[in-house]
Design a protein around this ligand. Structure first.
Ligand code: PSU
Ligand code: MN
Length: 307
């Protein structure tokens, strides 16, 4: 019988392979944000700029996706462009990985799937925009992002701007607590709310300093406490959306999603696109700014972990 490990399906870009050989700090990046999170061409432009910010911060970026039956760790410019311009790209979470690999389709990895691939590749820091969470109304829809289960089991630190208010942030934090996932906050005590800095809910531990964050991660994993850590990095005030406006627009987008019967994996992309349209693109500007802000924090953390 032929046995394969998921790691047999990994393929590294030359840049990431060289960084691994040299023991340089590497930062993982997801690809659903490119294919399903932002429109073309801002998606590809942002992906490139985020990679540049990580390089400027002294680390090596590894954007992760599935192409040609392989989990690709590090993408070329042309591959970023392909992902950004392929409406047929699948949104790939843990459940979907075998399908997209076996069929050779184009797969854009979510937070959950990117964590899996990053861990396989030995990368411990991952930068994204926002994590998935417990959706509002989950008590009847059961819609809880697989990102949360992945955080419970896979040992990767996820630097994000919190969770969006399209989600039930209180329940998301309760779920993470139950699963033993620590939520660290940078720069403030509260957990961030993606478009706005303050969700109104306290994070578990405020740790501003990257060396101290690294010490926390090393301690957790040295103790044998496998699993991820959420690192909440609030969007800078100057880039944030007005709270009242984003709240009203979120409510409207949620009502429209319900009226249209949107469900399953389409919910998050639908809401993101509607919020962008309803804010006439201003939510996209905020989204881009917060991802770049996270890239700086992620590079600092990757360097600290490498020291
Ligand atoms: N939040 C964003 N942009 C995104 C996503 C979340 O602001 O692109 C994506 C991430 O890839 C995340 C996924 O892992 O949506 C969560 O989807 P779901 O709720 O279907 O689990
Ligand atoms: Mn869902």
């Amino acid at each position: 019988m032929n046995t394969h490990a998921l790691s047999d399906f990994l393929e590294f870009s030359a840049e990431v392979a060289a960084a691994r050989a040299a023991g340089q700090p590497i930062v993982a990046l997801e690809s659903t944000i490119i294919s399903h999170g932002m429109p073309y061409p801002q998606n590809v432009q942002t992906a490139r700029e985020v990679e540049q910010i990580i390089r400027a911060g002294g680390a090596v970026p590894a954007t992760i996706a599935v192409l040609g039956g392989k989990i690709r760790i590090g993408l070329s410019e042309a591959e970023l462009e392909l992902l950004g311009q392929s409406p047929e790209a699948m949104k790939v979470s843990r459940r979907d990985l075998p399908y997209v690999i076996a069929t050779g389709r184009i797969g854009a990895t979510t937070v959950a799937a990117t964590m899996i691939c990053a861990a396989l590749a030995g990368i411990r820091v991952f930068v994204t925009g926002g994590i998935g969470g417990v959706h509002r109304g989950a008590e009847t829809s059961f819609d809880i992002s697989a990102d949360l289960q992945e955080l419970a089991r896979t040992s990767v630190a996820v630097v994000c701007a919190g969770a969006k208010s399209i989600l039930d942030i209180g329940l998301t934090l309760e779920y993470l607590e139950t699963q033993g996932v620590p939520v660290l906050a940078i720069g403030q005590d509260n957990f961030a709310a993606f478009y706005t800095p303050d969700s109104g809910f306290k994070a578990d531990f405020r740790i501003d300093d990257a060396d101290q964050q690294a010490r926390f991660l090393q301690t957790k994993w040295a103790l044998g406490l496998a699993g991820g850590v959420v690192i909440s990095n609030p969007v800078p005030e100057t880039d944030a959306m007005p709270r009242a406006e984003i709240d009203a627009i979120t409510e409207q987008a949620l009502r429209e999603a319900a009226a249209q019967g949107i469900s399953g994996k389409s919910v998050t992309p639908y809401l993101l696109a509607r919020i962008k349209a309803l804010t006439e693109g201003r939510s996209l500007t905020t989204n881009i700014a917060l991802v770049k802000h996270n890239a700086r924090a992620g590079a600092r953390l990757a360097l600290a972990l490498g020291r």
